[in-house]
Design a protein around this ligand. Structure first.
Ligand SMILES: Nc1ncnc2c1ncn2[C@@H]1O[C@H](COP(=O)(O)OP(=O)(O)OP(=O)(O)OP(=O)(O)OP(=O)(O)OC[C@H]2O[C@@H](n3cnc4c(N)ncnc43)[C@H](O)[C@@H]2O)[C@@H](O)[C@H]1O
Length: 149
């Protein structure tokens, strides 16, 4: 059976810029990804996303504005086995709140969309960032009324 993981594409707004949190793995190919991790037996995906985000970045549910109705899923292979990763979009309430890393990562970056896409590398992850970014811009438009006839 394949692996299942869940996490958050976490963003903050700093000086008018939307920035995404990426963490650098301390193992393997030292890849960059949003906070996420393996779904434990009996655990639901959303609980996993919260737990892993606390473990890997130090943020609690109360630190986040979570957009629970629009998760996106990535499907890829790791060592020949299928892996599914479910991501929810979430905004950090206090953009100055520092992340706290675990041993699983050595570095973190808050990056604007294009730089974030570059560092994650994988096409499906880049498409996901574009989709989440579009969702944020649409929510902003609806909130301010910009774009209304
Ligand atoms: N490889 C490893 N070696 C040693 N210890 C490890 C380890 N992986 C996890 N651990 C340790 O295991 C423990 C449990 O961790 P835990 O976080 O609970 O479980 P996990 O399933 O290992 O967590 P992740 O899903 O975050 O793991 P990952 O970074 O390997 O997954 P990803 O899919 O990004 O990445 C997996 C691979 O897929 C690649 N990849 C990522 N995204 C894509 C994509 N979109 N398309 C294709 N390939 C991709 C990555 O480059 C990478 O090569 C921790 O202590 C952790 O340190």
């Amino acid at each position: 059976m394949g692996k299942r993981a869940a996490g958050f594409v976490l963003f903050r707004r700093l000086c008018g810029e939307i920035q995404y949190l990426l963490l650098r793995a301390s193992y393997g190919d030292f890849h960059w990804s949003a906070p996420k991790g393996h779904v434990d037996p009996g655990e639901d995906d959303f609980t996993t996303a919260l737990r892993e985000t606390k473990e890997e970045a130090g943020y609690d549910e109360k630190d986040l504005i979570i957009y629970r109705d629009k998760p996106l899923t990535l499907n890829y292979e790791v060592k020949g086995k299928p892996k599914v990763v479910i991501y929810w979009l979430a905004e950090l309430r206090n953009p100055n709140q520092e992340a706290v890393l675990s041993e699983e990562h050595t570095e973190l970056k808050w990056l604007p969309k294009e730089a974030a896409k570059e560092i994650v590398g994988f096409k499906d992850n880049q498409v996901m960032l574009d989709k989440f970014h579009e969702i944020i811009l649409n929510m902003d438009k609806n909130r301010t009324g910009c774009g209304c006839p």
